[in-house]
Design a binder for this molecule. Structure first.
Ligand SMILES: Cc1ncc(COP(=O)(O)O)c(C=O)c1O
Length: 417
């Protein structure tokens, strides 16, 4: 990486920033999209067939072809395109046919959509503590399972695989299903097996910030034909359309379940399928950027790079740094932002983040009470700085990020509370 000369005065203190152009991110127009992806979407538009269920055979539709491609890519038996990652999760949970208002486990460190999907499916989110590495605390998981939870939603948060062998062993011991929230980890493998294929259901998103980008969208994977047929009906495969997804359709009365219209449309499916063909290149780019930056940032006092549960079990779309405590993480993130790097501290009270569970007032009205109920997760989330790494980062971008961390880190000891 190219080294840069820097003004030693921090930009947060009035010095010159390391970079002045926006940090590449989906919300300022950064997209990993090729002309062939755009052509596929335009072709779908020109076809005048935008609804997935029409007079064509299932496999001739864009959504049907996308689902078939997903099954091949993941080695899954069934795939269902749907409206979003949240609806994919909710469909997976609904399809499990749990008693209404069941307790469903989810980690304290996740995006607000995870507990929201549990609520959407008519259940009760039961939070489990996360440890210093922001991984599910297995002792707390076991305690909450023993208290009667009926399913576990595992989250591969910020692209880092959860410890699936250990969590699966606990789920099996209690005889409960796992739904994987693999939204942030599309394309990541653990022990050679794709995330999203470990649980009974795997849920993914194709929203713009994900490894497939169709603006909004999502899909689920399952090998369970009953779960699949139920998810199909809930998603809106009405009037026998569910049967099109099977060579030997299960005998499910498709008016025995409500219909939520969470389908994927043809335009998104065309765009997603084109991008799926180029996913390996995107994954490689993420990995290259991540490894380059992580190697340069490792080994600093007071700053730890989040470690994966196994070598290579991460996407590389986000790099997480652990600072000594919340206030230093918040200052660190603010100082990096002033240097022109688009980072956030999950717990910064001046930058309310939906990944900090104490901000979920739809579940927990009092943030202080919530923080004291989950002290380990609170400390871990509060001290973490999140650096999004676009697949399009150049060497220069990576070098600027490292320079900015160097510059801010050098000033950190004097700023520690
Ligand atoms: C962990 C996690 N789960 C679920 C979702 C929801 O996905 P969508 O926005 O497609 O509903 C997100 C969105 O970023 C997420 O990060």
């Amino acid at each position: 990486m190219v080294a840069h000369t820097t003004d030693v005065t921090l930009a947060i203190d009035g010095g010159a920033p390391i970079r002045t152009s926006p940090w590449p991110a989906y919300d300022n127009g950064d997209a990993y999209v090729a002309d062939e992806d755009i052509a596929a979407a335009v072709q779908a538009l020109r076809s005048r067939r935008y609804f997935r269920y029409d007079s064509r055979p299932h496999e001739a539709t864009e959504a049907g072809a996308f689902e078939a491609a997903l099954c091949r890519y993941f080695g899954a038996t069934h795939a269902l395109g749907c409206a979003s990652g949240t609806t994919a999760l909710a469909l997976g949970l609904l399809a499990l046919d749990l008693p209404a208002a069941s307790g469903v486990i989810c980690p304290a460190f996740t995006f607000a959509a995870t507990p929201s999907a549990i609520l959407l499916a008519g259940h009760r989110p039961v939070l489990v503590e996360c440890d210093d590495e922001l991984q599910l605390d297995l002792a707390d998981l076991r305690r909450k399972m023993a208290a009667g939870a009926r399913a576990i939603v595992v989250v591969h948060m910020r692209g880092f695989a959860a410890d699936m062998p250990a969590i699966t062993a606990i789920a099996d011991e209690f005889g409960v299903p796992i739904v994987e929230d693999a939204v942030p980890a599309l394309g990541v493998r653990l022990a050679g097996r794709p995330l999203g294929t470990w649980g009974r259901v795997g849920a993914f998103s194709t929203q713009s910030d994900k490894a497939l980008n169709t603006g909004e969208g999502g899909f689920l994977l399952t090998d369970d034909a009953t779960v699949y047929s139920r998810a199909l009906v809930y998603s809106g495969a009405y009037e026998s359309r569910m049967a099109r997804h099977f060579t030997d359709p299960p005998g499910l009365d498709d008016l025995s379940l409500p219909l939520f219209s969470w389908r994927m449309d043809e335009i998104r499916a065309a765009l997603a399928r084109a991008q799926l063909g180029r996913l390996p290149g995107r994954l490689e780019a993420h990995r290259r950027n991540y490894d380059r930056v992580a190697a340069a940032l490792g080994g600093r006092p007071d700053i730890a790079v989040r470690q994966p549960v196994a070598p290579g079990a991460y996407l590389g779309e986000a790099l997480l740094l652990r600072l000594p405590d919340g206030p230093s993480a918040w200052w660190f993130a603010r100082a990096l932002r002033a240097e022109g790097i688009g980072v956030r501290a999950f717990g910064d009270p001046d930058d309310v983040n939906v990944r900090a569970f104490w901000n979920w007032r739809f579940l927990f009205p009092d943030p202080a009470v919530t923080r004291s109920a989950y002290p380990v997760s609170t400390a871990a989330v509060a001290r973490t700085v999140d650096i999004p790494l676009s697949a399009n980062l150049t060497e220069e971008d990576c070098a600027q990020l490292v320079d900015a961390v160097d510059k801010v880190a050098a000033a950190l000891p004097g700023r520690l509370p």
